[in-house]
Design a protein around this ligand. Structure first.
Ligand code: NAD
Length: 509
Protein backbone atom coordinates (compact mmCIF):
# COMPACT_ATOMS: atom_id res chain seq x y z
CA UNK A 1 0.00 0.00 0.00
CA UNK A 2 1.44 3.39 -0.98
CA UNK A 3 1.05 5.94 1.79
CA UNK A 4 -1.03 8.93 0.75
CA UNK A 5 0.79 12.22 1.36
CA UNK A 6 -1.23 15.35 2.09
CA UNK A 7 -0.55 18.24 -0.29
CA UNK A 8 1.63 21.02 1.16
CA UNK A 9 -1.21 23.54 1.31
CA UNK A 10 -3.05 21.24 3.72
CA UNK A 11 -0.04 20.26 5.82
CA UNK A 12 0.64 23.91 6.72
CA UNK A 13 -2.87 25.17 6.12
CA UNK A 14 -4.32 28.67 6.17
CA UNK A 15 -7.90 29.93 6.25
CA UNK A 16 -9.74 30.41 2.94
CA UNK A 17 -11.06 33.97 2.73
CA UNK A 18 -12.26 35.88 -0.31
CA UNK A 19 -11.28 33.14 -2.74
CA UNK A 20 -7.73 32.55 -1.56
CA UNK A 21 -5.65 31.17 1.34
CA UNK A 22 -5.37 33.72 4.15
CA UNK A 23 -2.91 33.72 7.03
CA UNK A 24 -4.34 34.08 10.51
CA UNK A 25 -3.87 37.35 12.36
CA UNK A 26 -2.84 35.24 15.35
CA UNK A 27 0.05 32.85 15.77
CA UNK A 28 -1.73 29.96 17.54
CA UNK A 29 -2.22 26.74 15.61
CA UNK A 30 -4.11 23.47 16.00
CA UNK A 31 -2.32 20.17 15.34
CA UNK A 32 -4.32 17.80 13.13
CA UNK A 33 -3.73 14.19 14.12
CA UNK A 34 -4.05 10.91 12.24
CA UNK A 35 -6.47 8.98 14.50
CA UNK A 36 -4.95 5.68 13.35
CA UNK A 37 -1.55 6.52 14.89
CA UNK A 38 -2.02 9.63 17.01
CA UNK A 39 0.75 11.26 14.92
CA UNK A 40 0.49 14.82 13.65
CA UNK A 41 -0.28 15.16 9.94
CA UNK A 42 -1.07 18.85 9.54
CA UNK A 43 -1.38 22.21 11.23
CA UNK A 44 -4.25 24.65 10.83
CA UNK A 45 -4.66 28.13 12.31
CA UNK A 46 -6.45 28.49 15.63
CA UNK A 47 -8.34 31.40 14.10
CA UNK A 48 -9.08 34.68 15.83
CA UNK A 49 -12.20 36.79 15.94
CA UNK A 50 -10.36 39.24 13.66
CA UNK A 51 -9.99 36.41 11.12
CA UNK A 52 -13.72 35.76 11.42
CA UNK A 53 -14.45 39.44 10.84
CA UNK A 54 -12.42 39.32 7.62
CA UNK A 55 -14.36 36.25 6.45
CA UNK A 56 -17.72 37.79 7.39
CA UNK A 57 -16.77 41.03 5.60
CA UNK A 58 -15.83 39.08 2.46
CA UNK A 59 -19.03 37.02 2.57
CA UNK A 60 -21.17 40.08 3.23
CA UNK A 61 -19.60 42.06 0.41
CA UNK A 62 -19.96 39.10 -1.97
CA UNK A 63 -23.64 38.89 -1.05
CA UNK A 64 -24.28 42.64 -1.26
CA UNK A 65 -22.56 42.98 -4.63
CA UNK A 66 -24.90 40.48 -6.24
CA UNK A 67 -22.01 38.57 -7.76
CA UNK A 68 -23.74 35.34 -6.67
CA UNK A 69 -27.27 36.19 -5.48
CA UNK A 70 -27.71 38.29 -8.62
CA UNK A 71 -27.16 35.32 -10.93
CA UNK A 72 -30.20 33.46 -12.18
CA UNK A 73 -30.96 30.15 -10.49
CA UNK A 74 -29.93 28.42 -13.71
CA UNK A 75 -26.53 30.11 -13.70
CA UNK A 76 -25.91 29.15 -10.07
CA UNK A 77 -27.09 25.65 -10.89
CA UNK A 78 -24.45 25.30 -13.62
CA UNK A 79 -21.68 26.26 -11.20
CA UNK A 80 -22.92 23.79 -8.58
CA UNK A 81 -23.03 21.01 -11.17
CA UNK A 82 -19.41 21.87 -11.98
CA UNK A 83 -18.55 21.55 -8.27
CA UNK A 84 -20.04 18.04 -8.30
CA UNK A 85 -18.03 17.16 -11.41
CA UNK A 86 -14.81 18.37 -9.77
CA UNK A 87 -15.60 16.35 -6.65
CA UNK A 88 -15.94 13.25 -8.81
CA UNK A 89 -12.74 14.06 -10.72
CA UNK A 90 -10.86 14.46 -7.41
CA UNK A 91 -12.75 11.65 -5.67
CA UNK A 92 -9.74 9.52 -4.77
CA UNK A 93 -7.77 12.39 -3.27
CA UNK A 94 -10.82 13.66 -1.37
CA UNK A 95 -11.42 10.18 0.03
CA UNK A 96 -7.79 9.96 1.14
CA UNK A 97 -7.94 13.35 2.87
CA UNK A 98 -11.16 12.45 4.67
CA UNK A 99 -9.89 9.02 5.68
CA UNK A 100 -6.62 10.39 7.04
CA UNK A 101 -8.25 13.29 8.87
CA UNK A 102 -11.12 11.34 10.50
CA UNK A 103 -9.61 7.86 10.70
CA UNK A 104 -12.49 6.79 8.48
CA UNK A 105 -12.04 3.47 6.65
CA UNK A 106 -10.87 4.37 3.15
CA UNK A 107 -13.50 2.12 1.55
CA UNK A 108 -16.23 4.07 3.37
CA UNK A 109 -14.79 7.44 2.38
CA UNK A 110 -14.66 6.28 -1.23
CA UNK A 111 -18.10 4.69 -1.38
CA UNK A 112 -20.09 7.09 0.77
CA UNK A 113 -18.53 10.42 1.70
CA UNK A 114 -17.34 11.76 -1.63
CA UNK A 115 -20.26 10.36 -3.62
CA UNK A 116 -22.81 11.74 -1.19
CA UNK A 117 -21.16 15.16 -1.33
CA UNK A 118 -21.22 15.16 -5.14
CA UNK A 119 -24.84 13.94 -5.20
CA UNK A 120 -25.79 16.70 -2.79
CA UNK A 121 -24.33 19.40 -5.04
CA UNK A 122 -26.23 17.94 -7.99
CA UNK A 123 -29.47 17.87 -6.05
CA UNK A 124 -28.97 21.43 -4.75
CA UNK A 125 -28.24 22.51 -8.32
CA UNK A 126 -31.67 21.23 -9.36
CA UNK A 127 -33.38 23.14 -6.55
CA UNK A 128 -31.51 26.34 -7.45
CA UNK A 129 -33.80 26.48 -10.48
CA UNK A 130 -36.96 26.20 -8.37
CA UNK A 131 -36.87 29.15 -6.03
CA UNK A 132 -40.46 29.68 -6.94
CA UNK A 133 -43.05 31.90 -5.37
CA UNK A 134 -46.82 31.73 -5.76
CA UNK A 135 -49.53 34.01 -7.02
CA UNK A 136 -52.24 34.30 -4.36
CA UNK A 137 -55.80 35.02 -5.51
CA UNK A 138 -56.73 37.40 -2.69
CA UNK A 139 -59.97 39.40 -2.49
CA UNK A 140 -58.13 42.69 -2.81
CA UNK A 141 -58.01 45.06 -5.75
CA UNK A 142 -54.44 43.92 -6.16
CA UNK A 143 -52.13 41.44 -7.81
CA UNK A 144 -50.47 39.53 -4.96
CA UNK A 145 -47.58 37.12 -5.06
CA UNK A 146 -44.80 35.73 -2.94
CA UNK A 147 -41.16 35.36 -3.84
CA UNK A 148 -38.32 33.55 -2.11
CA UNK A 149 -35.08 35.35 -1.45
CA UNK A 150 -31.71 34.34 -0.03
CA UNK A 151 -30.98 35.40 3.55
CA UNK A 152 -27.44 36.76 3.25
CA UNK A 153 -24.39 35.34 5.02
CA UNK A 154 -24.86 31.84 6.46
CA UNK A 155 -22.58 30.77 9.32
CA UNK A 156 -22.00 27.01 8.97
CA UNK A 157 -20.61 25.21 12.03
CA UNK A 158 -19.89 21.50 11.56
CA UNK A 159 -18.83 18.47 13.64
CA UNK A 160 -15.92 16.05 13.38
CA UNK A 161 -17.60 12.84 12.26
CA UNK A 162 -18.73 13.50 8.67
CA UNK A 163 -16.81 16.68 7.86
CA UNK A 164 -17.31 16.57 4.10
CA UNK A 165 -20.93 15.42 3.97
CA UNK A 166 -22.19 17.67 6.73
CA UNK A 167 -20.39 20.72 5.37
CA UNK A 168 -21.72 19.98 1.91
CA UNK A 169 -25.28 19.55 3.09
CA UNK A 170 -25.22 23.14 4.35
CA UNK A 171 -23.03 24.84 1.77
CA UNK A 172 -24.66 23.35 -1.34
CA UNK A 173 -28.14 24.41 -0.27
CA UNK A 174 -27.02 27.80 1.04
CA UNK A 175 -25.33 28.51 -2.29
CA UNK A 176 -28.24 27.16 -4.34
CA UNK A 177 -30.46 29.77 -2.72
CA UNK A 178 -27.96 32.57 -3.42
CA UNK A 179 -26.48 32.99 0.07
CA UNK A 180 -22.81 33.31 0.91
CA UNK A 181 -21.08 31.29 3.64
CA UNK A 182 -18.59 31.53 6.48
CA UNK A 183 -17.73 27.98 7.54
CA UNK A 184 -16.07 26.93 10.76
CA UNK A 185 -15.26 23.23 10.55
CA UNK A 186 -14.57 21.05 13.61
CA UNK A 187 -11.13 21.67 15.08
CA UNK A 188 -10.20 17.98 14.81
CA UNK A 189 -11.19 17.48 11.17
CA UNK A 190 -10.83 20.70 9.14
CA UNK A 191 -9.03 19.38 6.07
CA UNK A 192 -11.86 18.54 3.66
CA UNK A 193 -13.29 22.06 4.03
CA UNK A 194 -9.95 23.57 3.04
CA UNK A 195 -9.48 21.07 0.22
CA UNK A 196 -12.93 21.68 -1.27
CA UNK A 197 -12.64 25.48 -0.96
CA UNK A 198 -10.15 25.38 -3.83
CA UNK A 199 -12.50 23.22 -5.90
CA UNK A 200 -15.40 25.60 -5.37
CA UNK A 201 -13.27 28.50 -6.65
CA UNK A 202 -12.18 26.37 -9.60
CA UNK A 203 -15.82 25.60 -10.42
CA UNK A 204 -16.61 29.31 -10.67
CA UNK A 205 -17.97 30.13 -7.21
CA UNK A 206 -17.02 33.83 -7.00
CA UNK A 207 -14.49 35.09 -4.46
CA UNK A 208 -15.96 35.71 -1.02
CA UNK A 209 -18.97 33.43 -1.54
CA UNK A 210 -17.47 30.53 0.43
CA UNK A 211 -15.00 31.23 3.24
CA UNK A 212 -13.41 28.88 5.76
CA UNK A 213 -12.00 29.91 9.14
CA UNK A 214 -10.48 27.11 11.22
CA UNK A 215 -10.31 27.29 14.99
CA UNK A 216 -11.76 26.30 18.32
CA UNK A 217 -15.51 26.58 18.71
CA UNK A 218 -15.08 27.87 22.22
CA UNK A 219 -12.98 30.80 20.90
CA UNK A 220 -14.94 31.59 17.76
CA UNK A 221 -18.45 30.20 18.19
CA UNK A 222 -20.20 33.07 19.95
CA UNK A 223 -18.52 35.69 17.78
CA UNK A 224 -19.64 33.93 14.62
CA UNK A 225 -23.15 33.08 15.81
CA UNK A 226 -23.90 36.66 16.89
CA UNK A 227 -21.89 38.37 14.15
CA UNK A 228 -23.84 41.38 12.83
CA UNK A 229 -23.04 40.39 9.24
CA UNK A 230 -24.42 36.86 9.65
CA UNK A 231 -28.07 36.28 8.75
CA UNK A 232 -28.46 32.61 9.62
CA UNK A 233 -26.67 29.93 11.63
CA UNK A 234 -26.58 26.34 10.39
CA UNK A 235 -25.21 24.19 13.19
CA UNK A 236 -24.53 20.46 13.42
CA UNK A 237 -22.95 19.06 16.54
CA UNK A 238 -23.68 17.89 20.05
CA UNK A 239 -26.90 18.69 21.87
CA UNK A 240 -24.99 20.55 24.56
CA UNK A 241 -23.19 22.88 22.13
CA UNK A 242 -26.31 23.21 20.00
CA UNK A 243 -28.34 24.46 22.95
CA UNK A 244 -25.67 27.08 23.61
CA UNK A 245 -25.52 28.13 19.96
CA UNK A 246 -29.32 28.36 19.79
CA UNK A 247 -29.37 30.57 22.90
CA UNK A 248 -26.74 32.94 21.47
CA UNK A 249 -28.51 33.00 18.10
CA UNK A 250 -31.84 33.63 19.81
CA UNK A 251 -30.41 36.58 21.69
CA UNK A 252 -29.16 37.98 18.37
CA UNK A 253 -32.56 37.22 16.74
CA UNK A 254 -30.86 35.02 14.19
CA UNK A 255 -32.59 31.99 12.65
CA UNK A 256 -30.77 28.77 13.46
CA UNK A 257 -31.07 25.19 12.34
CA UNK A 258 -29.69 22.76 14.89
CA UNK A 259 -28.87 19.19 13.88
CA UNK A 260 -27.88 17.64 17.20
CA UNK A 261 -27.08 14.37 18.91
CA UNK A 262 -28.83 11.06 18.41
CA UNK A 263 -29.18 7.75 20.21
CA UNK A 264 -31.47 5.72 18.00
CA UNK A 265 -33.27 2.53 18.89
CA UNK A 266 -33.39 -0.33 16.44
CA UNK A 267 -36.22 -2.76 17.15
CA UNK A 268 -36.11 -6.42 16.08
CA UNK A 269 -39.48 -8.13 16.23
CA UNK A 270 -39.63 -11.94 16.32
CA UNK A 271 -41.39 -11.93 12.93
CA UNK A 272 -38.35 -10.35 11.18
CA UNK A 273 -35.96 -12.16 8.87
CA UNK A 274 -33.50 -12.64 11.73
CA UNK A 275 -30.33 -13.19 9.70
CA UNK A 276 -31.02 -10.01 7.76
CA UNK A 277 -32.05 -8.12 10.92
CA UNK A 278 -28.81 -9.04 12.69
CA UNK A 279 -26.71 -8.00 9.70
CA UNK A 280 -28.58 -4.68 9.49
CA UNK A 281 -28.20 -4.14 13.24
CA UNK A 282 -24.44 -4.66 13.05
CA UNK A 283 -23.97 -2.19 10.22
CA UNK A 284 -26.23 0.27 12.08
CA UNK A 285 -23.86 0.41 15.05
CA UNK A 286 -20.46 0.01 13.39
CA UNK A 287 -21.02 2.38 10.45
CA UNK A 288 -18.41 5.17 10.61
CA UNK A 289 -17.00 3.39 13.68
CA UNK A 290 -20.18 4.21 15.57
CA UNK A 291 -19.66 7.94 15.13
CA UNK A 292 -22.91 8.37 13.22
CA UNK A 293 -25.58 10.64 14.69
CA UNK A 294 -28.20 8.46 12.99
CA UNK A 295 -26.50 5.18 13.93
CA UNK A 296 -28.35 2.47 15.84
CA UNK A 297 -26.54 1.94 19.17
CA UNK A 298 -29.63 0.69 21.08
CA UNK A 299 -30.96 -2.66 20.01
CA UNK A 300 -34.35 -3.75 21.36
CA UNK A 301 -35.15 -7.41 20.74
CA UNK A 302 -38.43 -9.27 21.26
CA UNK A 303 -37.84 -11.70 24.12
CA UNK A 304 -38.65 -14.84 22.13
CA UNK A 305 -35.60 -14.29 19.90
CA UNK A 306 -33.39 -12.38 22.36
CA UNK A 307 -30.91 -15.22 23.06
CA UNK A 308 -30.80 -16.16 19.38
CA UNK A 309 -29.95 -12.58 18.36
CA UNK A 310 -27.28 -12.27 21.07
CA UNK A 311 -25.71 -15.51 19.91
CA UNK A 312 -25.66 -14.28 16.31
CA UNK A 313 -24.09 -10.97 17.38
CA UNK A 314 -21.47 -12.78 19.48
CA UNK A 315 -20.58 -14.89 16.44
CA UNK A 316 -20.49 -12.11 13.86
CA UNK A 317 -19.22 -8.91 15.50
CA UNK A 318 -15.66 -10.13 16.27
CA UNK A 319 -15.27 -10.91 12.56
CA UNK A 320 -16.13 -7.45 11.27
CA UNK A 321 -12.78 -6.23 9.89
CA UNK A 322 -11.33 -3.83 12.45
CA UNK A 323 -8.05 -1.93 12.33
CA UNK A 324 -6.06 0.20 9.90
CA UNK A 325 -8.45 2.56 8.04
CA UNK A 326 -6.04 2.65 5.10
CA UNK A 327 -6.67 -1.04 4.44
CA UNK A 328 -9.52 -1.26 1.88
CA UNK A 329 -10.93 -4.28 3.74
CA UNK A 330 -11.38 -2.40 7.03
CA UNK A 331 -14.93 -1.70 8.17
CA UNK A 332 -14.27 -0.35 11.69
CA UNK A 333 -11.38 2.06 12.19
CA UNK A 334 -10.20 4.18 15.11
CA UNK A 335 -12.31 6.82 16.80
CA UNK A 336 -11.66 10.28 15.43
CA UNK A 337 -9.88 11.69 18.49
CA UNK A 338 -8.60 10.83 21.95
CA UNK A 339 -11.51 12.65 23.62
CA UNK A 340 -13.93 10.29 21.90
CA UNK A 341 -11.89 7.23 22.94
CA UNK A 342 -12.00 8.36 26.56
CA UNK A 343 -15.75 9.03 26.37
CA UNK A 344 -16.52 5.59 24.91
CA UNK A 345 -14.26 3.86 27.45
CA UNK A 346 -15.96 5.63 30.35
CA UNK A 347 -19.48 4.84 29.07
CA UNK A 348 -18.74 1.12 28.73
CA UNK A 349 -17.10 0.98 32.17
CA UNK A 350 -20.17 2.65 33.69
CA UNK A 351 -22.48 0.17 31.92
CA UNK A 352 -20.42 -2.77 33.19
CA UNK A 353 -20.50 -1.37 36.72
CA UNK A 354 -24.29 -1.07 36.50
CA UNK A 355 -24.66 -4.76 35.62
CA UNK A 356 -24.34 -4.96 31.82
CA UNK A 357 -22.87 -8.19 30.43
CA UNK A 358 -20.09 -7.88 27.84
CA UNK A 359 -20.97 -10.17 24.93
CA UNK A 360 -17.92 -9.10 22.91
CA UNK A 361 -15.35 -6.29 23.02
CA UNK A 362 -15.64 -3.99 26.00
CA UNK A 363 -12.18 -2.41 25.92
CA UNK A 364 -9.82 -0.21 23.90
CA UNK A 365 -7.40 -1.91 21.49
CA UNK A 366 -3.68 -1.11 21.37
CA UNK A 367 -2.97 -0.67 17.65
CA UNK A 368 -0.11 1.60 16.49
CA UNK A 369 -0.89 4.27 19.11
CA UNK A 370 -4.26 5.02 17.44
CA UNK A 371 -7.62 5.77 19.08
CA UNK A 372 -9.09 2.27 18.70
CA UNK A 373 -11.98 0.79 20.68
CA UNK A 374 -13.06 -2.80 20.07
CA UNK A 375 -16.56 -3.25 18.61
CA UNK A 376 -18.62 -3.97 21.68
CA UNK A 377 -21.95 -5.62 22.44
CA UNK A 378 -23.45 -5.20 25.90
CA UNK A 379 -26.43 -7.35 26.93
CA UNK A 380 -28.96 -6.99 29.74
CA UNK A 381 -28.27 -3.27 30.03
CA UNK A 382 -30.50 -1.32 32.40
CA UNK A 383 -32.60 1.27 30.60
CA UNK A 384 -31.30 3.86 33.05
CA UNK A 385 -27.61 3.18 32.22
CA UNK A 386 -25.70 6.09 30.65
CA UNK A 387 -24.83 3.83 27.71
CA UNK A 388 -28.56 3.66 26.94
CA UNK A 389 -29.68 7.16 27.89
CA UNK A 390 -26.69 9.15 26.62
CA UNK A 391 -25.09 9.27 23.20
CA UNK A 392 -21.88 7.17 23.38
CA UNK A 393 -20.80 7.78 19.77
CA UNK A 394 -18.56 4.77 19.31
CA UNK A 395 -18.81 1.14 18.12
CA UNK A 396 -20.93 0.08 21.10
CA UNK A 397 -24.29 -1.71 20.97
CA UNK A 398 -26.55 -2.10 23.99
CA UNK A 399 -29.14 -4.89 23.77
CA UNK A 400 -32.37 -4.97 25.74
CA UNK A 401 -35.32 -7.40 25.59
CA UNK A 402 -39.00 -6.42 25.32
CA UNK A 403 -42.26 -8.36 25.51
CA UNK A 404 -44.86 -6.33 23.63
CA UNK A 405 -45.02 -3.89 20.73
CA UNK A 406 -46.12 -1.18 23.15
CA UNK A 407 -43.14 -1.82 25.41
CA UNK A 408 -40.78 -1.63 22.42
CA UNK A 409 -42.22 1.77 21.47
CA UNK A 410 -41.93 3.04 25.03
CA UNK A 411 -38.31 1.91 25.35
CA UNK A 412 -37.43 3.36 21.93
CA UNK A 413 -38.94 6.74 22.91
CA UNK A 414 -37.49 6.72 26.42
CA UNK A 415 -34.38 8.84 25.82
CA UNK A 416 -34.13 12.60 25.32
CA UNK A 417 -33.10 12.10 21.69
CA UNK A 418 -35.18 11.62 18.56
CA UNK A 419 -33.11 11.63 15.42
CA UNK A 420 -33.62 8.20 13.86
CA UNK A 421 -35.11 4.80 14.56
CA UNK A 422 -35.35 1.39 12.92
CA UNK A 423 -37.92 -1.39 12.77
CA UNK A 424 -37.05 -4.92 11.66
CA UNK A 425 -40.26 -6.83 11.03
CA UNK A 426 -42.00 -9.03 8.49
CA UNK A 427 -45.38 -7.48 9.28
CA UNK A 428 -46.19 -4.45 7.15
CA UNK A 429 -49.07 -3.30 9.37
CA UNK A 430 -46.77 -3.38 12.38
CA UNK A 431 -44.15 -1.43 10.43
CA UNK A 432 -46.63 1.39 9.75
CA UNK A 433 -48.06 1.34 13.28
CA UNK A 434 -44.69 1.49 14.99
CA UNK A 435 -43.22 4.04 12.54
CA UNK A 436 -46.16 6.26 13.38
CA UNK A 437 -45.56 5.92 17.11
CA UNK A 438 -41.80 6.52 17.18
CA UNK A 439 -40.52 9.99 18.12
CA UNK A 440 -37.82 10.40 15.50
CA UNK A 441 -37.10 12.44 12.39
CA UNK A 442 -36.33 9.44 10.18
CA UNK A 443 -37.44 5.80 10.40
CA UNK A 444 -35.99 2.85 8.51
CA UNK A 445 -37.94 -0.37 8.05
CA UNK A 446 -35.92 -3.53 7.37
CA UNK A 447 -32.99 -1.24 6.62
CA UNK A 448 -30.63 1.21 8.27
CA UNK A 449 -28.85 4.34 7.14
CA UNK A 450 -30.34 4.70 3.65
CA UNK A 451 -30.19 8.41 2.87
CA UNK A 452 -30.61 10.58 -0.19
CA UNK A 453 -30.24 14.32 -0.74
CA UNK A 454 -33.94 14.40 -1.64
CA UNK A 455 -35.02 12.91 1.71
CA UNK A 456 -34.99 15.29 4.67
CA UNK A 457 -33.42 14.29 7.98
CA UNK A 458 -33.30 16.04 11.31
CA UNK A 459 -34.35 15.63 14.88
CA UNK A 460 -37.11 15.98 17.39
CA UNK A 461 -36.64 16.58 21.15
CA UNK A 462 -32.95 16.98 22.09
CA UNK A 463 -31.87 16.01 18.58
CA UNK A 464 -32.64 19.53 17.44
CA UNK A 465 -34.83 21.19 14.90
CA UNK A 466 -34.79 21.95 11.23
CA UNK A 467 -34.22 19.54 8.38
CA UNK A 468 -31.31 19.03 6.03
CA UNK A 469 -31.83 17.67 2.51
CA UNK A 470 -34.94 17.88 0.40
CA UNK A 471 -36.87 21.01 -0.55
CA UNK A 472 -37.56 21.44 3.19
CA UNK A 473 -33.96 22.53 3.65
CA UNK A 474 -34.14 25.15 0.92
CA UNK A 475 -36.99 26.80 2.84
CA UNK A 476 -34.61 27.30 5.76
CA UNK A 477 -32.08 29.13 3.57
CA UNK A 478 -34.57 31.58 2.10
CA UNK A 479 -37.19 34.00 3.31
CA UNK A 480 -40.57 34.80 1.83
CA UNK A 481 -41.47 38.26 0.61
CA UNK A 482 -45.07 39.17 -0.21
CA UNK A 483 -45.61 41.67 -3.00
CA UNK A 484 -49.07 43.27 -3.29
CA UNK A 485 -49.57 45.60 -6.24
CA UNK A 486 -52.67 47.76 -6.25
CA UNK A 487 -54.59 47.50 -9.50
CA UNK A 488 -56.18 50.50 -11.11
CA UNK A 489 -59.94 50.05 -11.42
CA UNK A 490 -61.27 49.55 -14.92
CA UNK A 491 -62.08 52.98 -16.47
CA UNK A 492 -65.78 52.19 -16.83
CA UNK A 493 -66.18 51.57 -13.06
CA UNK A 494 -66.29 55.34 -12.40
CA UNK A 495 -64.72 57.38 -9.63
CA UNK A 496 -66.35 55.63 -6.66
CA UNK A 497 -63.95 52.72 -7.02
CA UNK A 498 -61.10 54.52 -5.27
CA UNK A 499 -63.24 54.61 -2.11
CA UNK A 500 -64.10 50.92 -2.65
CA UNK A 501 -60.41 50.17 -2.87
CA UNK A 502 -59.66 51.95 0.36
CA UNK A 503 -62.57 50.21 2.12
CA UNK A 504 -61.55 46.86 0.76
CA UNK A 505 -57.97 47.34 1.91
CA UNK A 506 -59.25 48.28 5.36
CA UNK A 507 -61.46 45.18 5.45
CA UNK A 508 -58.48 42.97 4.87
CA UNK A 509 -55.88 44.73 6.91
P1 NAD B 1 -19.47 19.61 19.13
O1 NAD B 1 -20.79 20.12 19.55
O2 NAD B 1 -18.42 19.42 20.14
O3 NAD B 1 -18.83 20.55 18.00
C1 NAD B 1 -19.53 20.84 16.81
C2 NAD B 1 -19.00 22.14 16.25
O4 NAD B 1 -19.34 23.19 17.15
C3 NAD B 1 -17.48 22.19 16.11
O5 NAD B 1 -17.14 22.87 14.94
C4 NAD B 1 -17.05 22.99 17.32
O6 NAD B 1 -15.84 23.67 17.16
C5 NAD B 1 -18.20 23.97 17.41
N1 NAD B 1 -18.36 24.62 18.72
C6 NAD B 1 -17.88 24.25 19.92
N2 NAD B 1 -18.24 25.15 20.86
C7 NAD B 1 -18.97 26.09 20.22
C8 NAD B 1 -19.62 27.27 20.65
N3 NAD B 1 -19.60 27.67 21.92
N4 NAD B 1 -20.28 28.01 19.74
C9 NAD B 1 -20.32 27.61 18.44
N5 NAD B 1 -19.71 26.51 17.98
C10 NAD B 1 -19.04 25.76 18.86
O7 NAD B 1 -19.78 18.25 18.35
P2 NAD B 1 -18.73 17.19 17.81
O8 NAD B 1 -18.16 16.45 18.97
O9 NAD B 1 -17.81 17.81 16.82
O10 NAD B 1 -19.69 16.24 16.95
C11 NAD B 1 -20.37 15.13 17.46
C12 NAD B 1 -21.80 15.48 17.77
O11 NAD B 1 -22.45 15.95 16.58
C13 NAD B 1 -22.59 14.28 18.21
O12 NAD B 1 -23.43 14.67 19.25
C14 NAD B 1 -23.40 13.91 16.98
O13 NAD B 1 -24.58 13.21 17.23
C15 NAD B 1 -23.67 15.26 16.42
N6 NAD B 1 -24.03 15.15 15.02
C16 NAD B 1 -25.32 15.40 14.64
C17 NAD B 1 -25.69 15.24 13.31
C18 NAD B 1 -27.10 15.51 12.86
O14 NAD B 1 -27.34 15.59 11.67
N7 NAD B 1 -28.05 15.65 13.77
C19 NAD B 1 -24.75 14.85 12.37
C20 NAD B 1 -23.44 14.61 12.81
C21 NAD B 1 -23.09 14.77 14.12
Amino acid sequence: MTEYRLPDHLREAQHHINGRPAASTGSATIPVLDPATGGQIATVPAGTTTDLDAAADAAHEAFRSGVWAGLSGRERSRVLIRVAELFREHAEEMAQVESLDVGKPISLARAVDVNTAADTYEYAASLAQHLDGAVRRVPLPAHAYTQREPLGVVAAITPFNFPLILSTSKIAMALAAGNTVVHKPAEDTPLSALFTAGLLSQAGVPDGVYNVVTGYGTDLGDHLTAHPKVSKVAFTGSTQTGAHVAAVAGQALRPVTAELGGNAANIIFADADLAQAVETSISAFVFNTGQFCMGGPRLLVERGVYDQVLEALAGAVPHVPFGDPKDPGTVIGPLANRRQLEKVTAAVEQAKASGARVVTGGEPAEINGGFFYRPTVLADVANSADAVQQEVFGPVLTVQPFDTEQEAIELANSTDYGLASGIQTGNISRAHRVADALDAGIIWVNAWGMLDPAMPFGGVKASGWGRENGPEQLEAYTRTKSVIIALEPAPDQGTSSSTDTADSAKDHS
